[in-house]
Design a protein around this ligand. Structure first.
Ligand code: PSV
Ligand code: MN
Length: 430
């Protein structure tokens, strides 16, 4: 039986205060869209079917390499993280899956964990392996790399860990393994740039060989950090080459923060789709580097342009279109639940705006080399406030019209501060 953490009465009562205003705004937007031949209900249906996964590690306060400032009531284990993820989904209704990270989320009984999630209305998204950190008692250090390490025994240990993640994922009901390695160098000459990629490909192919038929291996590239001179899978070029070499079940995962500043990420998305290698996203935002800021908080227009490419890709699926969507952020100064509620809204909003683009007008303007009208086709959609569509979709699904207000009224974090033990100080992402 599903047991959601927040009171349904509280959500209904809070919604009641907003219903009339929402009806008015929704009605006005519906009439505006109808003038352009768009049926608001059809858009609402697409929004209602949209979902984005949340990362288990995002439920806790993140940190920088300098410090971490925990908050009272923060989750201390996967069970408490699931409870927080259930709160997010109960309010926003677009985050029904959790992406776990191992060994951070390791338990002794994964069948029971799967049931526990189901009882909170949650399923499981991609499993993430972790070979960028050493664990207590680990036989071989990852200090000099994991899948691309010089030492064969270290590479094998990283392969075994990834295969173990696949096995855990099978028990949870996942079908994707996301592999991000911190492997790389800090000094010119530290490693041979060609041979380190060879070692990565050899080890990754052993992980690939262990994938069940219906699974995908999502390769996540990252330009820098923790290695600051070179990383083995540094960019979408290395990623797609590796995915092509590994085989059809290997796809590329685009974490929005993992590129050089000002890189045209929407074009990368279009390219990966063109070659059947677009596997998924880690949504976040950045200003300077891999800042892991909240989605849409710095550059919502870029997020819209990414979704514009995704809507185009869906209309033109070539040999398939099934990217996995996930949030991957570090919430250093906010309540993580509030950040993920706000981010889920920003992401869904960009999806909805991309649906509103008049594709016929856009394509006609492109054909006619009418630059200004092509741009305006995008700009008109970007300028539409789609909040009433999102709020209506949430309310119909039993979620909150005003997610943050309802969350604050629930006093959830204050209650958890009474129940949960304190998280220690320290530094690092988790
Ligand atoms: C690396 O920066 C990354 O984006 C990868 O997805 C990791 O799994 C995640 O962050 C967690 O630190
Ligand atoms: Mn990521």
């Amino acid at each position: 039986m599903t047991q959601l953490p927040l009171s349904a009465d509280l959500i209904a009562e809070t919604n009641a205060c907003h219903e009339q205003a929402l009806e008015e705004d929704y009605g006005a937007l519906g009439r505006k869209l109808a003038r352009s031949g768009i049926d608001i209900v059809a858009v609402q249906d697409r929004v209602a079917a949209f979902s984005v996964a949340v990362p288990s590690w995002g439920a806790g306060r993140g940190g920088t390499r300098f410090a971490k400032f925990p908050i009272a009531g923060e989750p201390t284990n996967i069970h408490e993280k699931l409870e927080d993820c259930a709160v997010i989904n109960q309010l926003c209704r677009v985050t029904p899956r959790v992406s776990p990270h191992f060994p951070w989320d390791k338990v002794s009984d994964f069948a029971a964990l799967r049931e526990e999630a189901a009882s909170l209305g949650l399923g499981w998204d991609a499993v993430n392996s972790n070979t960028f950190q050493d664990q207590v008692g680990q036989a071989h250090t990852y200090a000099n790399g994991s899948l691309a390490a010089q030492d064969a025994v270290t590479r094998q240990q990283a392969v075994d860990h990834n295969i173990e993640c696949i096995e855990i994922g099978r028990q949870l009901g996942s079908t994707d393994l996301t592999v991000w390695v911190g492997d790389g160098t800090n000094f010119p000459g530290q490693q041979d740039l060609g041979r380190s990629l060879d070692r990565y490909l050899d080890a990754a192919s052993k992980v690939y060989a262990a994938l069940p038929d219906d699974w995908r291996m999502l390769l996540e590239h990252k330009m820098f950090e923790p290695a600051f001179y070179s990383t083995v899978i540094s960019d979408w070029g290395s990623s797609i080459l590796a995915a092509q070499e590994l085989g059809p079940k290997a796809k590329c995962l685009v974490d929005l923060g993992h590129h050089a500043p000002n890189v045209n990420i929407e074009q990368i998305v279009a390219r990966l789709h063109r070659f059947g290698k677009l596997g998924g996203f880690h949504f976040n935002d950045s200003k300077y580097g891999d800042d892991d800021l909240d989605s849409g908080s710095i550059n919502p227009h870029q997020l819209f342009l990414v979704f514009n490419e995704l809507v185009e890709a869906e209309l033109n699926p070539r040999d398939g279109f099934n990217p996995s969507y996930m949030i991957d952020q570090s919430h250093n100064v906010t309540d993580p639940i509030e950040s993920m509620l706000s981010s889920a809204e920003a992401i869904t909003s960009c999806f909805a705006k991309a649906l509103l683009v008049d594709r016929e007008a856009l394509h006609a303007a492109q054909e006619a080399n009418d630059t200004m009208m092509a741009f305006q086709a995008l700009r008109r959609a970007y300028n539409i406030d789609v909040a009433p569509i999102l709020a209506k979709a949430r309310a119909v699904a039993g979620g909150a019209i005003d997610v943050l207000e309802t969350y604050r009224l629930s006093q959830y974090r204050a209650r958890k501060a009474q129940e949960r033990k304190a998280v220690g100080l320290g530094a690092g992402i988790v």
